[in-house]
Ligand binder design. Sequence first.
Ligand code: AMP
Length: 453
Amino acid sequence: MSFKQMRLIEPLLLSLSSKGYTTPTQIQRETFAHAIAGRDMLGCAQTGTGKTAAFALPILQMLHGRKPQKHTQGKAGRTPEKRAIRALVLSPTRELAAQIGDSFRNYGKNLDLRGTVIFGGVNQRPQVQSLKRGVDIAVATPGRLMDLLNQRALNLNSVEILVLDEADRMLDMGFIHDIRKIIGMMPKKRQTLMFSATMPKSIQVFADKILTDPAVVKIAAKTKTAETVKQSGYLIDPRSKADLLDKLLEDKDMTRTLVFSRTKRGADKITKRLNGSGFTAEAIHSNKTQNARMKALQNFKTGRTLVLVASDIAARGLDVNDISHVVNFDMPGDAETYVHRIGRSGRAGVKGQAITFCSYDERRTLRDIEKMIGTQITLLKHSIPAPSPKASASPTGQRPTKSAGGSKRKPSNGAKRNAWQKKSSQGQSNAAPASGRAKPSRRRARPSKTTKR
Ligand code: AMP
């Protein structure tokens, strides 16, 4: 089935073809007819399956086809002609919200619909201003949305469609109360689309409360890894992990590598060590400012940095095309986290590799993960010599005497506009086109101070 056969309107077909999408993914095929018919929906899909477009395309098509309602925003009667928020998408993280906003902007570029992204960690003024100008679609994280609702910077009286994306993560992150309040502020008569990577009991109970006779679309079992990701691992002394990572990164096939650390501090240490070894690397975690996170993500997307080192929460929902490798520098604690992490690679049919570093006392966890995902993770041999007894026991394997030079990146400054009629700060359109994308330099030209191995 093609997008045309799904009866997508011409402006959407045009924007999809300009992105090079020819065939709908399974979730897009299976959800479109239900969504366009106005049904509530519960979608269980792994990340990377194309689920953003699975809700964005029908929403854009529906809003385009319906007459916008006139509404009043702020004090009654003051701004009667302004657009009302007709579709609200709730997302657990700022990065995911920004990415969903980008998707709406890309897919809807040939339509007369306006949108904005609302999330915390940045100045709220541009967000409030875009709301004042009037938007049809808002993508928001629950915390900042609640702040703005409390300040009466917007109202949800005209919401016709609500999307809860990554609902499982929103519940895990404790957003349930905010979400309940937000839902209480919108019309009862609306369409609700709920997506979740996993379907634990709590999600089912929640879905029963807020959905009416939903169409249920299940795309993959919760612990199934994408077949497009080749999985392997190394048994390694924790003190040698950093050496192994350096060695692996010499491979020119590692064109865009996402490294997972268990802790924020660990992520910073790994980044510092990689910079010291001459690799371009940046860290992304919740201690960084929102602008620094967006800048790091943008540099990774455009190939300015070869390696992005992330903690789990920050990496959830990251949508970066062509991640060649995911490296679990620290072993994930459970199969679900493993599946989410490695799902950053091998997205939308493209091949990727996942490499997991496993210390000797983590072999049991590895076996448990293998059991849950029903796949054996091939353990490969490496040639990293055993660390000397004097070597640092730091999780990064960083030698205490070594200068860490090289990571003198300035934090980005200034919150960028986030209305998607204008270029968003994370917009793919800011990146060089795929064909001419900047080639990541494997190591910096400047000789590194570090004497390696
Ligand atoms: P998602 O699961 O929504 O995060 O999407 C994963 C990736 O697949 C994103 O980079 C999308 O832009 C891309 N994508 C979505 N739909 C398609 C499609 N029909 N064909 C090719 N790529 C797609």
